[in-house]
Design a protein around this ligand. Structure first.
Ligand code: C2E
Ligand code: CA
Ligand code: CA
Ligand code: CA
Length: 279
């Protein structure tokens, strides 16, 4: 029995080592991804459900690693968050997205506002409002053309500070969206307390909207509640006409999802704008 226990232990540490090795490899590569220009910002359109027109876009990070292949954000963003690498990476995404949008406007392409994801660690950075202000100055993008997507989770911190930071960002003229609504420790109180403009219904509710009456009921209630708080509502992860129809029937303002387009590189997004892609 003793021997067996020993073997089990060996096996266990072996597995742990393999896992931490994989993690270290990922981390080492990620450390150099920015300077090696392996990171790319993709854009996914958002459409208005009343006009059918593209009225916004979300910047989504992609990592094309020569050694590891295409690494999905769900794998490397949490690691970047843990290691602090999200600070330079996130600043780069923000700057790239703002510069791209300014460039489109300079070229006479009427690009709608761009939304950038802000991670909890970026949000906790003491000078986050100054970082954002600096990017707007450097790129010359008008503040009303920038939206920040903030997850519920990060609003769960020191409420006084969160109120101050969000107030500062809002004061600058940015749009603030609460991302992944409904997935966290929901937080109806936060919607009232903090100056959000928009609420994003998480795709886990949208996915089952036409199959599961509970998901449909949740989406319906969230839309009604958001509207009564004067918030706009966007649904993410919309893949089918049926989902779109339901959301439209409930007065949802905007949608984002594969039904309209996957996230695409800037050049492709430009074509989509030129075509005046409609729902
Ligand atoms: P998110 O902010 O909730 O972004 C939406 C995710 O849903 C994106 O995944 C998008 O590609 C995906 N999506 C869009 N439409 C559909 C659809 O119709 N069906 C399905 N099944 N999925 C759809 P992605 O690009 O893999 O990003 C995953 C997450 O990684 C994001 O979730 C966000 O939390 C994080 N992330 C991505 N880029 C950044 C970034 O620049 N900064 C930070 N802090 N986080 C980022
Ligand atoms: Ca988002
Ligand atoms: Ca989301
Ligand atoms: Ca998410």
């Amino acid at each position: 029995a003793k021997e067996l226990g020993h073997q089990n232990f060996q096996f266990h540490t072996g597995e742990m080592n393999a896992r931490s090795l994989a993690r270290m490899t990922l981390e080492n590569h990620l450390r150099h991804a920015l300077e090696r220009q392996e990171l790319v910002v993709y854009y996914q359109p958002k459409a208005s459900l009343s006009s059918g027109a593209v009225v916004g876009m979300e910047a989504l990070l992609r990592w094309h690693s020569p050694e590891l292949g295409v690494v999905p954000p769900d794998t490397f963003i949490p690691l970047a968050e843990e290691t602090g690498l999200i600070l330079p990476i996130g600043a780069w995404v923000l700057k790239t997205a703002c510069a791209q949008n300014r460039a489109w406007r300079d070229a006479g392409i009427p690009s709608p506002p761009v939304a950038v994801n802000l991670s909890p660690r970026q949000f906790r950075q003491h000078d986050i409002a100054a970082v954002v202000a600096q990017v707007l100055v450097e790129t010359g993008l008008e503040p009303h053309l920038l939206e920040l997507e903030i997850t519920e989770g990060m609003v769960m911190q020191d409420a006084t500070r969160v109120t101050a930071v969000l107030g500062e960002l809002k004061q600058m003229g940015l749009t603030l969206a609460m991302d992944d609504f409904g997935t966290g420790y929901s937080s109806l109180g936060y919607l009232k307390r903090f100056p959000f403009d928009k609420l994003k219904i998480d795709k886990s509710f949208v996915r089952d909207i036409t199959r599961d009456p509970d998901s449909a009921a949740i989406a319906k209630a969230v839309i009604a509640m958001a509207h009564s708080l004067h918030l706009k509502v966007i649904a993410e992860g919309v893949e089918t006409q049926g989902q779109l129809n339901y959301l439209q029937s409930q007065g949802c303002d905007e949608i984002q999802g594969y039904f309209l387009s996957k996230p695409v590189p800037a050049a492709e997004f430009e074509r989509l704008l030129a075509e005046q892609r409609q729902l």
